[in-house]
Design a protein around this ligand. Structure first.
Ligand code: FAD
Length: 499
């Protein structure tokens, strides 16, 4: 490093100390340390959102990038393992499927495994699609295993949101960032439209070169100060409220999230080592707050540890996640809805993208445009995947589900559904989060059985096909039988102090 580097550091100001703020601070400090001078300001009067406890597998890669020790992180956050999400009553009442993180069957270059399964199903060869997926069968059996040398399963975590922010805070502060606890009272902009300082109640002006808005739904910088618009998706995603409460542990310790549909939305159950996280997501157009709370209370499987909290949200995305010299990361940038646990993932990809397109010197216009284009493409594909869970349903027992079924959906999603319905093809587009297996599991799980499929399997005799399918199923069964129980594994691998 030459002697000038010190004076040429980019002054990065992070507003907000929730999961978004602390993940951003930790990552920038660890990975761009010598190039940046980071200050994070958070209020002690304004609490973090306090939910966001289910994650998806790419978080593991990000943790590795930050040098996080898995067992230590899990102990600190009372985390458990997650192999997928069980969806109950979505496709229709009394139906159930698991969207797991695993790969189902062996695919060939010509056709995905699904097409072979569909042919076998047509010929009456027994076997549910999920029986060919290790993660799915392990989830159903409450089994789990990983090690630093060998991780046979693709997995993520359930974690305590408050403890996670505290863990990341320690990591970031140890990496040398400046931490200020104060309230942001105003955001001061230059005539160019760029932010030049935050006005803090106790500490006065905090100047910077690049400002990261991690103030959650308030979006103090990108929304309030810079007036960046918000594209509203509530005509596709009707839910706009959630109730959340922590309850006592309800055994067994499941290695998956439970999502159960109700008459005007759905509810979640997230198992941690020391308690459950529960939520009730609903549309205020179809259910009053009082009705929602009553229904929520009735469905809780264990005793509450606190009073129920209500959170209001609007699904959609910020028109430009990066505007002038301000980048929105976290809820300030948009919110799809918690159904597939994609918010923390979007924080991680936002941070990664920012590090890759970091505006170190000169005009940032092209960097900004690229960042915004990539961000938009990514979140729109996630949005389509979430809409799928509502739209493809046989439920007609409430106005909410009738509306979901008959609403106009984005063309991009309509095309995908028709392609699967007619020909059994699912695909993962460039830069898209959800894989072919995810689209297939959910479309099948929601009740679509394609009318035709790739002819590859037609070249096999029934005997050959039946033997191949049986072999695949037995291999999964044997591997599941050898795995330890989830609870036992958590206890020996990463038991938290509170456990
Ligand atoms: P917040 O947690 O709201 O933090 C905002 C920060 O800004 C706080 O530190 C606050 O003090 C600070 N702040 C605000 N105003 C000021 C001010 N004037 N001065 C100083 N500081 C200020 N995501 C998942 O990945 N998985 C899930 O299962 C999941 N479930 C969810 C369920 C619901 C109902 C909701 C609404 C969200 C869920 N999310 C989930 C999203 C997840 O909670 C968020 O993405 C994550 O917590 C990040 O939030 P944040 O840091 O952007 O905002």
């Amino acid at each position: 490093m030459d002697s000038n580097t010190q004076s040429e550091k980019t002054r990065v100001v992070i507003a907000g100390g929730g999961t978004a703020g602390w993940l951003t601070a930790a990552a920038l400090a660890k990975k761009l340390g010598p190039l940046v001078d980071i200050t994070l300001v958070e209020s002690s009067d304004i609490s973090t959102i306090g939910v966001g406890e289910a994650t998806i597998p790419p978080l593991r890669v990000f943790h590795q990038l930050l040098g996080i020790n898995e067992a230590e992180f899990m102990r600190a956050t009372s985390a458990t393992f997650k192999l997928g999400i069980q969806f109950t009553d979505f496709g229709d009442k009394q139906t159930e499927y698991i969207h797991s993180f695993g790969q189902t069957g062996q695919s060939g270059w010509l056709a995905e495994f699904f097409h072979f399964w569909r042919e076998a199903h047509e010929r009456g060869i027994p076997g549910e699609y999920g029986e060919y997926c290790l993660e799915l069968e392990a989830a159903k059996a409450n089994k789990f295993f990983t090690s630093t040398q060998n991780s046979p399963l693709n997995y993520a975590y359930h974690l305590d949101a408050g403890a996670y922010a505290a863990y990341l805070k320690k990591l970031a502060v140890n990496s040398g960032i400046t931490h200020i606890v104060d309230n942001i009272d105003a955001v001061n902009c230059a005539p160019s439209g760029d932010i030049y300082a935050l006005l803090l109640r106790q500490h006065g002006l905090l100047t910077g070169d690049l400002f990261i808005d991690c103030t959650g739904f308030k979006a103090l910088l990108i929304g309030e100060a810079l007036n960046t618009g918000y594209e509203d998706w509530s005509h596709w995603l009707f839910c706009n409220r959630a109730l959340a409460v922590q309850t006592e542990l309800a055994p067994p310790l499941k290695p998956y999230t439970v999502a159960s549909a109700h008459e005007a939305g759905w509810r979640w159950e997230i198992p941690l080592q020391h308690r459950m996280g529960n939520g009730f997501v609903y549309s205020s157009q179809f259910l009053t707050d009082e009705q929602a709370e009553l229904q929520f209370q009735k469905t809780l499987n264990s005793a509450p540890l606190q009073t129920i909290r209500r959170i209001e949200f609007k699904t959609g995305r910020r028109d430009h996640a990066w505007q002038n010299n301000c980048v929105a990361i976290g809820l300030s940038a948009g919110f799809v809805e918690p159904m597939e646990s994609t918010s923390i993932h979007l924080i991680v990809t936002g941070i990664t993208r920012l590090m890759q397109l970091f505006p170190y010197r000169g005009d940032a216009t092209r960097l900004r445009n690229e960042y915004n284009n990539q961000t938009r493409a990514e979140i729109e594909k996630i949005r389509d995947f979430i809409i799928l869970h509502y739209h493809v349903t046989e439920r007609d027992d409430s106005e909410f589900w009738k509306m979901c079924k008959k609403m106009n959906i984005p063309d991009s999603l309509a095309e995908r559904i028709e392609l699967f319905k007619e020909h059994g093809h699912a695909f993962q587009k460039n830069g898209e989060l959800f894989r072919v297996d995810s689209w297939t599991q959910v479309m099948l799980g929601q009740g679509i059985l394609p009318g035709s499929w790739h002819p590859a399997a037609k070249m096999m005799s029934s005997g050959q096909l039946s033997a191949a399918m049986e072999k695949g199923k037995q291999e999964i069964k044997q591997r599941v039988a050898q795995l330890p129980g989830h609870e036992a594994f958590v206890s020996q691998y990463c038991a938290s102090v509170k456990h």
